[in-house]
Design a protein around this ligand. Structure first.
Ligand code: S3P
Length: 185
């Protein structure tokens, strides 16, 4: 039996999910980014969806995007946006995929001090308008247990480069029997 073919990265905004996923996605391994999928499907930016329709609508689109990622037929690395784990449906879908052995989930854990230093208040992060550090601290408290609940493994990113984190994630995935899990980085 082959191991999981879908590697899912979860963690806060600024934890490096997208950058690490880009490094891990190689020929034959699709790069799936939930924010990007939502923007492409709706022809609107994440910010526009928040501003025009509100956060609940964005969260529903995010659930659908996560479901599509977990149903991906081939090898894939998924950068799951920071808030994806707040959905019960998504947490249940992740748990089911882990039980079935199709997905492996890694939490990129980062201290809020480092997040606040790293995070860029880009167009796709309307929640960080205003005092980004306070918001990150609040969201970290709200979400910490949810990331822990859905994850098979934790990689601490503080003080580590994207290449180092990608190397550690690749090793962890390979050790878990990831079906494309030779070490990359
Ligand atoms: C969010 C994270 C963002 C984006 C949106 C909301 C969150 O994605 O989906 O701004 O609630 O944590 P990244 O984690 O890719 O920055």
């Amino acid at each position: 039996m082959s191991g999981p073919g879908i590697l899912v990265l979860v963690g806060m905004m600024g934890s490096g999910k997208t950058a690490v996923a880009k490094r891990l996605a190689t020929h034959g391994v699709a790069l799936l980014d939930t924010d990007q999928l939502i923007e492409e499907a709706g022809g609107r930016t994440v910010r526009a969806i928040f501003e025009e329709d509100g956060e609940p609508v964005f969260r529903a689109l995010e659930e659908e995007a996560m479901a599509r990622c977990l149903a991906h037929p081939g090898h894939a690395v998924v950068a799951a946006a920071g808030g994806a784990v707040t959905s019960l449906r998504t947490r249940e879908a992740l748990a089911a995929s882990r039980r079935e052995g199709t997905a492996y989930v890694v939490w990129l854990r980062t201290g809020t001090g480092e997040l606040a230093r790293r995070v860029d208040k880009s167009v796709h992060r309307p929640l960080l308008d205003g005092n980004a550090r306070n918001t990150l601290e609040r969201l970290d408290v709200e979400r910490r247990n949810l990331y822990a609940e859905v994850a098979d493994a934790v990689v601490d990113t503080d003080g580590r480069s994207v290449a180092e984190v990608a190397q550690l994630v690749g090793e962890t995935f390979a050790a878990a029997g990831g079906s494309w899990g030779s070490v990359r980085g």
